[in-house]
Design a protein around this ligand. Structure first.
Ligand SMILES: *[C@@H]1O[C@H](CO)[C@@H](O)[C@H](O)[C@H]1NC(C)=O
Ligand SMILES: *[C@@H]1O[C@H](CO)[C@@H](O)[C@H](O)[C@H]1NC(C)=O
Ligand SMILES: *[C@@H]1O[C@H](CO)[C@@H](O)[C@H](O)[C@H]1NC(C)=O
Length: 200
């Protein structure tokens, strides 16, 4: 038994070394490394400068690339999807909530619950939360424009490289307003750094 007790740590170390070797071999595969390419070949065929990045990577490799200058996104508030927005029901009979019909039409407004002992004070304070928009937004300076108002999104934040799903084509970027306005729809197409922004 003394021999066993002495040998056990050694056995453990050997196992760890073997495991480390296997893991190193696995993550060293090209699939897990950012793609690189020679961008400046010398006349004799040797490479003077190698460049690595998303532009030289396959879809498998992209996730391993560093992103030195990611595009900047404004802060968004999370909104419920149209079918999950509050409506007035028997168990939830608050004033001011819309009925079931808007849920069928997918046009329910997003309701915000404001509480306070002094109703007039609560109303005047919460009235300042979502600045009303007077003119169509100028998206040339999209960060500035979207920072002066409250943009929102009902997409699920995912671990997508670089991209907030609300800014990918086919998704909606909401502008939170005190009153819904149907004439505010705007289709946007601008470039945020390397990424084209297309909002519809
Ligand atoms: C409620 O707030 C208003 C200011 O918005 C103030 O004038 C009023 O006295 C307050 N009422 C109570 C009952 O505290
Ligand atoms: C948007 O703003 C840019 C400068 O920030 C200006 O050059 C452009 O004319 C504006 N576009 C509109 C439609 O107002
Ligand atoms: C949009 O509708 C609001 C009222 O809901 C109105 O005050 C505003 O002038 C309209 N804007 C345009 C550009 O039609």
């Amino acid at each position: 038994t003394n021999v066993c007790i002495t040998l056990f740590p050694i056995l453990l170390c050997v196992l760890l070394v073997l495991l480390q070797g296997a893991i190193d071999r696995e993550i060293d595969k090209p699939k897990y490394r950012c793609g690189c390419a020679c961008v400046d070949a010398a006349a004799d065929g040797s490479c003077r400068r190698t460049e690595c990045g998303v532009q030289h990577s396959t879809l498998d490799q992209v996730a391993s690339c560093p992103i030195p200058t990611p595009p900047r996104w404004p802060a968004l508030v999370q909104l419920p999807t149209p079918e999950a927005r509050a409506i007035s029901t028997a168990s939830q009979p608050f004033d001011g909530l819309p009925g079931q019909t808007c849920r069928d039409a997918g046009s329910c407004p997003a309701a915000f619950l404001v509480t306070g002992a002094n109703r007039s004070l609560a109303e005047s304070l919460s009235g300042q939360l979502f600045p009303a928009l007077s003119s169509p937004l100028n998206f040339t300076d999209y960060l500035g424009a979207l920072s002066k108002i409250v943009p929102g999104s009902d997409t699920t934040p995912e671990s997508r490289q670089l991209l907030e799903p609300a800014f990918t084509p086919g998704n909606t970027l909401y502008i939170v307003q005190p009153q819904c306005r149907s004439n505010l729809s705007q289709t946007v197409s601008v470039n945020a750094g390397i990424i084209p922004l297309r909002l519809g």
